[in-house]
Design a protein around this ligand. Structure first.
Ligand SMILES: CNc1nc2c(CCNCC3CCCC3)c3nc(N)[nH]c(=O)c3cc2[nH]1
Length: 375
């Protein structure tokens, strides 16, 4: 299948661009934020909520779904779409990162990642072939190569070793994808190399030579200083083909989305809007606020007077604080609806700004709106 991406508009003063990603289950306009639905659900929201909030594509995860409910269950529905009743595009992570961050007693060899399930302690071996086979059975629209993400900081030798395994695994992933999916779903390579620009170049060149549908920058948002993440992305993104989508994994805050879009990134995923919602942290144009703060106790105003989301149109900060203090289930749903709407609206506003040639003005206004002490 010809690669599925086309650039539709370019900023003249930064590397920001808009694009269109044509996938099996629909078209995605970029830059795009992808809500995380680890266990086949974006926590507390229905697919209708997601569509109403502007979600175009959501994330699932090989590691989690393989362990629970298991591929045999999802196979009964011919994939994740019918199982979770989401008929839009789905991107699935390969499981590498989750094995490192969740599983126990993980051992990496060239064969793959052997680990003990964080659920019941059972032992498993996740190979590149197995990861691709699981993602094909999930019928995800974008499949990610199995990679080895290293922690920060990492010695250069460790970063090199991880990138060499990642490159070798990428070749095996591509072979399995070509043989078993007939290239129906897109396959993205993942660039590693730690915080070393020369290793990032080595990884980007090796993956580009294999010709993937798109490319991700892995190994970021792993505890490094923010500026270092920007600098690594600034150096690595231009090394990737300009006519392919560029995805920065696990990123990030609203500022990260603006700054990395300016550096040429097209796709983002992060648990912040959904996880922080469940911890009472709400995003607004003025910055973030913690709904548990007593200053909201009698506040009749919405979270953000300029927000058009269901939560801001119908509920006050006082009510949301009451729900959160009472640990009422509705608190998580209303907070999540608001945060996800904020992230999706932010990327929609960036797409319009880039398409209309006013991205720099948008970026200036984004920072000008933010209050020093938060919302
Ligand atoms: C939060 N920071 C961060 N996340 C990273 C992730 C995960 C991205 N999010 C996936 C969703 C979360 C659960 C369901 C899918 C990374 N994933 C891979 N494969 N490789 C990375 O280097 C990699 C690097 C990452 N850094």
């Amino acid at each position: 299948m010809p690669h599925p991406f086309q650039v539709t508009a370019r900023c003249t003063t930064t590397r920001a661009r808009t694009g269109r990603l044509s996938l099996v289950h629909g078209t995605v306009e970029t830059p795009v934020f992808m809500p995380v639905g680890t266990l086949g659900t974006v926590k507390s929201l229905t697919p209708e909520d997601l569509t109403a909030a502007g979600a175009q594509i959501i994330l699932g995860n090989t590691y989690h779904l393989y362990l629970r409910p298991g591929c045999d269950v999802i196979d009964r529905f011919s994939g994740l779409h019918r199982f979770m009743n989401w008929d839009g595009p789905i991107l699935t992570d390969s499981g590498g990162f989750q094995v490192f961050s969740l599983a126990r007693l993980t051992r990496i060899t060239e064969a793959g990642a052997s680990f003990q399930s964080h659920i019941d302690g059972s032992r498993h071996l996740l190979t590149p072939e197995k990861s691709i086979e699981i993602q094909i059975s999930l019928d995800s629209d974008v499949i990610m190569c199995l990679d080895q993400c290293i922690a920060y900081p990492a010695e250069r030798a460790a970063a090199l070793a991880a990138l060499e395994i990642t490159t070798q695994w990428a070749g095996r992933c591509r072979k399995t994808w070509r043989e078993q999916s007939g290239e129906k779903n897109a396959l993205f390579g993942i660039v590693q190399g730690g915080m070393y620009d020369d290793l990032r170049r080595m990884s980007a060149e090796a993956l580009t030579a294999m010709d993937f549908s798109g490319y991700a920058l892995g190994g970021l948002s792993v505890g490094e200083p923010n500026q270092m993440m920007y600098d690594v992305a600034e150096a690595a993104l231009p090394l990737l083909p300009g006519d392919r989508p560029k995805y920065i994994m696990g990123v990030g805050t609203p500022e990260d989305l603006v700054e990395l879009t300016a550096r040429g990134a097209d796709m983002f995923d992060c648990v912040m809007p959904t996880r922080n919602a469940r911890n009472g942290q709400l995003f607004t144009r003025r910055g973030t606020l913690n709904i548990a703060n007593s200053r909201h106790r009698t506040d009749t105003a919405p979270v953000d007077s300029e927000c058009a989301c269901y939560t801001c149109r119908n509920y006050s900060r006082a009510y949301l604080r009451h729900l959160y203090q009472s640990r009422e289930l509705l608190a998580y749903r209303l907070n999540t609806l608001h945060n996800l709407h904020y992230y999706l609206d932010l990327t929609a506003r960036m797409r319009s700004a880039i398409a209309e040639g006013r991205f720099e003005a948008f970026r200036k206004r984004f920072y000008a709106d933010r209050e020093p002490g938060g919302a």
